[in-house]
Design a protein around this ligand. Structure first.
Ligand code: C5P
Length: 228
């Protein structure tokens, strides 16, 4: 299967407070962006990778990925994650016109095992239009009102936490981006709202989104050493 991966990496990463975009934050000497792209390439199933970079850091991200292989491209991202994915998706029509599957993978999920990438692609190859890696929710989850008072307890057996890469047939993702104008935190959410079924595959605890300095500490002490 001819697969292109879009990597939105244009976030500021203010919650991490590192002073550089989150994707450029190093973990044991290698940036989150470089690690995320390496994980996609290590799956041996992704032909092209298109990274959406912040305008002012595009050159630096290009340098960062210079050794990542000829199929890696950097384009300018946008103000919101949705804008960054849209920019990379538009570029994919030029860079990978024959792609049969599109993955969207957050640079912040830099330690996603290549096996998760392969599972998503296998489900697409099996005929799915949209696929997300998920994990069961470990915490009890409650809905609260505006004052923080509990309304009820949600049955967590039906809940799943969603990770990336999320996989799509190119036509479905393009149609979702064309028909839904609003901002979304999750590409499969746009596809769902367009009425397409979204299948799930098993995610991995190492695919956590690096958001806070606590996550970064986990990355340095547990995830990066395990990756080798
Ligand atoms: O901010 P958050 O962690 O939810 O961002 C998820 C991913 O989306 C990150 O990899 C971030 O770099 C990317 N992003 C982007 N363009 C934006 C905002 C976020 O590519 N404008």
């Amino acid at each position: 299967m001819d697969v292109v991966a879009l990597v939105p990496a244009a976030g500021r990463g203010t919650r991490l407070g590192a002073g550089v975009p989150k994707a450029l934050v190093p973990v044991l000497g290698e940036s989150l962006l470089s690690r995320a792209v390496r994980g996609l390439r290590d799956s041996s199933s992704v032909r092209h990778v298109i990274v959406a970079a912040p305008a002012e850091h595009r050159d630096r991200m290009e340098r960062e990925l210079a050794g990542a292989g000829s199929g890696v491209h950097v384009v300018e991202g946008g103000a919101e994650r949705t804008d960054s994915v849209r920019a990379a998706l538009e570029a994919s029509e030029r860079i990978a016109p024959s792609a049969e599957a599109v993955l969207v993978h957050d640079a912040a999920r830099a330690f996603t095992p290549p096996s998760v990438v392969r599972s998503v692609i296998a489900e697409l190859a099996d005929g799915a239009s949209a696929v997300v890696p998920v994990l069961p929710v470990a915490d009890t989850v409650k809905r609260v009102d505006e004052n923080g008072t509990v309304l009820d307890t949600v049955d967590r057996s039906w809940l799943r936490a969603v990770q990336t890469p999320q996989g799509f047939s190119p036509d479905v993702l393009r149609a979702a981006y064309e028909s839904v104008g609003e901002v979304a935190t999750d590409d499969a959410g746009l596809v769902e709202r367009s009425g397409w079924p979204v299948r799930t595959v098993e995610g991995h605890s190492h695919a956590l989104k690096i958001t806070t300095s606590f996550d970064l500490a986990i990355a340095e002490t547990v995830l990066a050493p395990a990756w080798a």
